[in-house]
Design a binder for this molecule. Structure first.
Ligand SMILES: NC(=O)c1ccc[n+]([C@@H]2O[C@H](COP(=O)([O-])OP(=O)(O)OC[C@H]3O[C@@H](n4cnc5c(N)ncnc54)[C@H](OP(=O)(O)O)[C@@H]3O)[C@@H](O)[C@H]2O)c1
Length: 350
């Protein structure tokens, strides 16, 4: 486990190093909110200033969060960008274009240093396709997130941090994979847990291609955040059994033993911008102490699958069964094809 004093020290070092530009998709609630608040708190103690773009649907929630963070750190700059529905790739494109434009107006050195992707879907729902042809859950947790990275790449590549992408979901839960049915069209293949497994494999494989294409420039992380009780658990759309399990069993019986506080969660998420998670390749002539193990099993390989405590949680065995090079290409081609088809105004059906 990365100890909390190490987390806090690295956050202090981060904000003292340079002014930061951060984008929070899903910043209007839960983990996005907590991470933005952690950034404001770190910056308030001697940071060099920051600009934060907060993306979500609820303007009132954004307003409240911005007031809270401004009270913590009055010198921070905050901008809310209203999304309509980020399960739609075309809405993702519009929001990303807004960010590119705003950041270009804001600075002669436009960039993104830290990109958090934590927009969430209600879990354990049956498959439901968007009008663009992707399952809503899979779009919110995978396709839309990869589209955000692709669309914001020009800004990410300008970061001198270098840029950090943090996707918050369910890293480490790889199970069965249907290589010929990546988007799980076959009704016999689809269940929430199966979709989760695919989304996690696809995160690792798509991110590895990006890390190879942009060596030295981009570090990509996907993380299981632990159990962090936030507004998402009060969503009335959650299946009743999930709400009963959380509200009547998990919280009353296990309480704090298995949950992570919002402050600790935010601090830990921010600390993923530390040099512990560098882009590939690292300088092998230098000590690798304190450098995290990446998804290829080597320290510092540029893509990281992490447990809530900042340690590697990749299910390495799951990848041993496949030809990883081929599978990476397949996932990349599939995902880029989805984007191309939707961008052309058609419905993706592969
Ligand atoms: N919290 C946990 O214990 C936990 C555990 C494991 C994994 N995770 C995963 O971590 C991620 C973040 O969790 P969280 O607890 O922070 O979730 P949350 O509090 O429910 O926040 C979800 C965010 O996603 C946005 N969002 C949802 N649907 C959207 C849509 N269609 N279009 C645009 N924005 C949308 C919401 O925006 P608005 O509110 O403005 O609509 C909100 O900002 C999720 O993927 C979740 O599955 C969480």
């Amino acid at each position: 486990m990365v100890k909390l004093n190490v987390v806090n020290a690295s956050n202090t070092a981060l904000v003292q190093r340079q002014p930061l530009v951060a984008v929070f998709f899903g910043g209007t609630s839960g983990i996005g909110h907590y991470t933005l608040r952690a950034l404001a708190a770190a910056e308030a103690n001697g940071g060099r200033g920051f600009r934060a773009y907060i993306v979500g649907r609820k303007a009132k929630a954004a307003e409240d969060i911005i007031s809270e963070c401004r009270a913590i750190c009055p010198q921070g700059q905050f901008k809310f960008i209203k999304a309509d529905d980020l399960s739609l790739i075309r809405d993702v494109d519009r929001v990303c274009a807004d960010i590119v434009q705003l950041e270009g107006n804001e600075s002669h050195n436009p960039r993104i240093d830290y990109l958090m992707l934590s927009q969430g879907s209600v879990i354990f729902l049956p498959r439901k396709d968007t009008k663009e042809g992707i399952d809503v859950t899979m779009s919110l947790m995978y396709y839309s997130r990869m589209r955000m990275i692709v669309k914001l790449l020009p800004l990410l590549l300008r970061s001198t941090l270098p840029a950090r992408v943090v996707s918050v979901y369910a890293a480490g839960t790889e199970a069965q994979l249907f290589p010929e049915d990546l988007s799980l069209r076959n009704p016999r293949h689809y269940s929430y847990l199966q979709a989760r497994s695919h989304m996690v494999y696809m995160h690792t494989l798509f991110m590895e291609v990006l890390a190879e294409q942009h060596a030295g420039k981009l570090s990509l992380i996907h993380i299981f955040p632990g159990l962090v009780l936030g507004p998402g658990f009060q969503n009335p759309e959650l299946p009743t059994w999930v709400r009963i399990l959380i509200g009547w069993v998990v919280i009353p019986v296990f309480g704090r033993l298995i949950t992570l506080s919002s402050n600790e969660c935010g601090d830990r998420m921010l600390s993923l911008a530390s040099p512990r998670y560098p882009p590939r390749p690292i300088d092998k002539t230098k000590s690798q102490e304190g450098v995290a193990i990446g998804t290829d099993g080597e320290p510092g390989s540029g893509v990281y699958s992490l447990h809530w405590d900042g340690e590697n949680n990749l299910k390495a065995k799951a990848y041993e069964k496949m030809n990883k090079g081929e599978m990476k290409k397949q996932v990349w081609d599939h995902t880029m094809k989805a984007f191309e088809v939707i961008e052309a105004g058609k419905v993706f059906d592969e």
